[in-house]
Design a binder for this molecule. Structure first.
Ligand SMILES: NC(=O)c1ccc[n+]([C@@H]2O[C@H](COP(=O)([O-])OP(=O)(O)OC[C@H]3O[C@@H](n4cnc5c(N)ncnc54)[C@H](OP(=O)(O)O)[C@@H]3O)[C@@H](O)[C@H]2O)c1
Length: 221
């Protein structure tokens, strides 16, 4: 498959790009609002991969061009900018599967709190912004970008996945299976996304309040 990482110049985009390029045969294009920034990030990721003994090609393109080439487009932007980003590439998505890893959170003196939009979850917000009929999945919400992007770190994490249909579910299950140390777990349809997204502020609060805990993920037994 060809995977586009829209806004893949940021933290989760870097981690996914590095792991996909190292562990899988899927083509990876880093997207950005700025084609030059995308190209620079793609070059930096290739350098990191080379430093780890991996010769891999990572392309860079403006978000719409990245989406146009994609079988799977992962929208790696902050939740506040998700709708704008999807609308900007809507004409270019074609039959691609759209994936949202985004989590809406707010913080106060107690810590981080889940802050879902009115439709129930950010994944459902992504589905609402996508053209009718777009296969949509929610995944990668609980991955810590710091550890994901550290190629020397082994992973042992589960990736709960919600999806609008079989096409979206099967595509994301395949991507997750192909990355070392990640196990896909099917969590139902998009209306179950809030339960997954809501775990992310818990992981951050656990990391903040317990010595030695950082870059947490989830593993179900
Ligand atoms: N960081 C994590 O550990 C983590 C883990 C799981 C899930 N997530 C989710 O993944 C998403 C991205 O997180 P992140 O930490 O990678 O974010 P980030 O580094 O803050 O930003 C990612 C990219 O979003 C783009 N962006 C910034 N402002 C924008 C705007 N106004 N309009 C459109 N695009 C904009 C930028 O790309 P360009 O400037 O190149 O366009 C930026 O590089 C979030 O929704 C987050 O909830 C993050």
């Amino acid at each position: 498959m060809h995977v586009a990482l829209l806004g893949g110049t940021g933290d989760i985009g870097e981690g996914l790009a590095l792991r996909l390029a190292r562990d899988t045969d899927h083509a990876v294009t880093v997207g950005s609002r700025d084609a030059e920034k995308a190209g620079d990030a793609a070059g930096e990721y290739e350098t990191i991969l080379a430093d780890h003994g991996v010769k891999a090609t990572v392309e860079g393109a403006e978000n719409a061009a990245a989406a146009a080439a994609a079988d799977v487009a992962v929208c790696c932007v902050p939740a506040y900018h998700l709708t704008d980003t999807i609308e900007a590439v809507a004409d270019d998505l074609g039959d691609a599967v759209l994936v949202s890893p985004a989590v809406g959170m707010k913080s106060d003196e107690s810590g981080m709190h889940y802050n879902p939009p009115g439709v129930g979850s950010v994944t459902e917000l992504a589905a609402a912004a996508a053209p009718d009929g777009t296969p949509v999945a929610g995944a990668f919400h609980n991955l810590a970008a710091g550890r994901l992007g550290t190629l020397s770190a082994d992973l042992d994490w589960d990736v709960p996945i919600v999806a609008s249909d079989d096409t979206a579910r099967e595509a994301v299950v395949t991507l997750v299976e192909d990355m070392s140390g990640l196990r896909p777990l099917v969590a139902g349809d998009l209306s179950n996304a809030a339960e997954i997204e809501g775990l992310t502020p818990l992981l951050i609060n656990l990391a903040r309040n317990n010595d030695g805990m950082h870059d947490l993920g989830v593993k179900f037994w």
